[in-house]
Design a protein around this ligand. Structure first.
Ligand SMILES: [Zn+2]
Length: 179
C-alpha cells in the first residue's frame, strides 16, 4: 500500500524517518495476551521518558489519557478506564464518571494546546464495531479544525509522521502540567 504523509497544519518542516515495524512501537493494537495490553501498561510505574515514549499524558485512578500512535489526525487521543474490561456496561458508575471526566480533560487540552475547533468523541465496542483493542474499552477523541472536511478522507492509508506526534505530545503535556 502506498503511504501518503498527512498535511499537518502545524510546524512540521520535513518528512522522514518512518519506522515500518508496528511491533517496535509501545502500542500494540493486536489483541493482547494477558499482560500485553498497552492500555493496562499505562498504569505501570513509568519514568517520565517512558511515559513520553508511550505518549501517555496521564494515568490515575480515573483512567488513562494518551495519544494514539495510529491516529486519524495528529492529536488523536485515547481515554481508557484503569479496569481491563471490554464493555462500558462492565464498569462501575464511578468508573464511567471518571472516564467522562478524562474525556473532558482531553477535550479541553485539544482545544487549548492544539487549537482545534471541534472534537469527535466516540467508542468502538467489540471487534465488529471496529475496536482495535476489543478487550479493553476506550474512547477516541479526534480533534477537528474548521475546513478539514476533506482531511479525514485524505487519511486513508496515510501515516502521520512521528515528528508531528512528538511535537503534539510536547504541547499537550505542557498544557496539562500548567493545568
Ligand atoms: Zn487492558
Amino acid at each position: 500500500m502506498r503511504h501518503q504523509n498527512l498535511w499537518a497544519p502545524w510546524r512540521i518542516s520535513y518528512l522522514k524517518g518512518l519506522g515500518d515495524d508496528p511491533a517496535s512501537t509501545a502500542q500494540d493494537h493486536a489483541p493482547g495476551a494477558p499482560g500485553t495490553c498497552f492500555l493496562c501498561d499505562a498504569f505501570d510505574n513509568l519514568a517520565e521518558d517512558q511515559a513520553r515514549e508511550r505518549m501517555i499524558l496521564l494515568a490515575d485512578e480515573r483512567g488513562s489519557l494518551m495519544m494514539n500512535r495510529y491516529p486519524y489526525s495528529n492529536g488523536h487521543l485515547l481515554v481508557a478506564p484503569k479496569h481491563h474490561v471490554a464493555d462500558i456496561s462492565e464498569l462501575s458508575s464511578d468508573e464511567r464518571a471518571g472516564l467522562m471526566e478524562l474525556a473532558d480533560l482531553g477535550n479541553r487540552l485539544l482545544r487549548k494546546a492544539m487549537r482545534c475547533q471541534g472534537v469527535n468523541l466516540g467508542m468502538n465496542l467489540g471487534r465488529c464495531a471496529g475496536a482495535g483493542v476489543p478487550g479493553h474499552c476506550h474512547m477516541h477523541l479526534v480533534p477537528r479544525w474548521n475546513g478539514d472536511s476533506n482531511f479525514m478522507q485524505a487519511c486513508a492509508g496515510a501515516r502521520v509522521i512521528p515528528q508531528a506526534l512528538d511535537e503534539s505530545y510536547a504541547v499537550l503535556i505542557e498544557a496539562m502540567n500548567k493545568g
